[in-house]
Ligand binder design. Sequence first.
Ligand SMILES: [Zn+2]
Length: 79
Amino acid sequence: MKCCVCKGEIEKKYSPEGKMYWDSGNNAQPLAEGRCCDKCDCMLVIPMRMGLTGDRAIATGVQLWLMREGETNENTKDE
Ligand SMILES: [Zn+2]
């Protein structure tokens, strides 16, 4: 599945057991119609929903993205 914002491949999520449980990305509204990848969700869609613009939107986006990356690593830590 492709991200409707950056046209990249939407990342697949795996459970700690290695089962793929989610590959449909995130709702891209109000930025775009369709589904978007985690990066676009954090960096663009959520800041837009929060009504942030400019530097504040970017700072919030980076923060959200780092948090989500951390969660992913948390899930894959103990194998
Ligand atoms: Zn994207």
